[in-house]
Design a binder for this molecule. Structure first.
Ligand code: ATP
Ligand code: MG
Length: 240
């Protein structure tokens, strides 16, 4: 176990840098005898309070990039700074802690625990992060914004896809992460629910300055973002 003081210094933010700065990221998966080059050198910078959409064909490396930015997978090469902290220099434990404190994930398939109510799904995320801030007015405001305050005692199966995804978003941001990463958050939703979720992301970004990175296949969804990053064949199109 490393010195906790040194550890907190490692995690200290540096306001001068972009919130996300990825340089020359490469990721090669070795599958049997075959090397799959999922990322071939990606540079990406995201500023605080930006809402960025990542689009690109299936297999172009979007989810791989997310898993690396979110500290779930190490890159094969390259550097990644989150809030001034070099992810690749952290121990596994430090990276896990940074992920819990700074990153919220939303996936295409909500990933709520089916045996827990919506409220308990959200509470669990709080507990895992050691967040004891149970009376959190800003979060209560978020629940109102999400329009799910009255549905929190239900289990996921009693909720629509749109409601489940809104609960998943609430869970992702309950610990006030610096970055919300959403991988196809409307991929399983009908048009009406997609619009609700996208309006909500726009509100979270506009009203609370939540930094959002969203992968999508849908041009209408991408249009909600300030900036669209196109990926192709493991690279940012137009990039190096
Ligand atoms: N765990 C893994 N092991 C081996 N290969 C992988 C793994 N994850 C992804 N790949 C491969 O890496 C490449 C990029 O995959 P990735 O999932 O990042 O693409 P994507 O842009 O998210 O695609 P989609 O739009 O279909 O979700 C693909 O060729 C994929 O098959
Ligand atoms: Mg994907």
């Amino acid at each position: 176990m490393s010195d906790p003081l040194a550890f907190s210094t490692t995690l200290q933010a540096n306001g001068a840098e972009p919130l996300i700065a990825a340089r020359a990221l490469k990721k090669t998966y070795v599958v049997g005898d075959v090397d799959v080059h999922a990322l071939r050198g990606v540079d990406l910078e995201v500023e605080r309070a930006e809402f960025v959409a990542i689009v690109g064909p299936s297999g172009s490396g979007k989810s791989t990039l997310f898993n690396i930015l979110g500290g779930l997978t190490p890159p094969t090469a390259g550097a990644i700074h989150i809030d001034g902290v070099d992810l690749t220099r952290l121990t596994d434990g430090e990276r896990t802690r940074l992920r819990r404190e700074k990153i919220g994930f939303v996936f295409q398939r909500y990933n709520l625990l089916p045996t827990l109510t919506a409220a308990d799904n959200i509470a669990l995320a709080r507990t895992i992060a050691g967040n004891v801030n149970h009376d959190d007015p800003e979060f209560n405001e978020i629940l109102d914004l999400l329009g799910i305050s009255h549905r929190l005692h239900h289990k996921p199966r009693a909720m629509s896809g749109g409601e489940q995804q809104r609960v998943a978003i609430a869970r992702a941001i309950v610990n006030h992460p610096a970055i919300l990463l959403a991988d196809e958050p409307t991929g399983n939703l009908d048009t009406e629910n997609s619009t609700i979720v996208l309006d909500l992301l726009r509100d979270l970004n506009g009203r609370l300055g939540q930094t959002i990175l969203m992968i999508t296949h849908n041009p209408e969804a991408a249009a909600y973002a300030h900036r669209i990053v196109h990926m192709r064949d493991g690279r940012v199109a137009g990039g190096p």
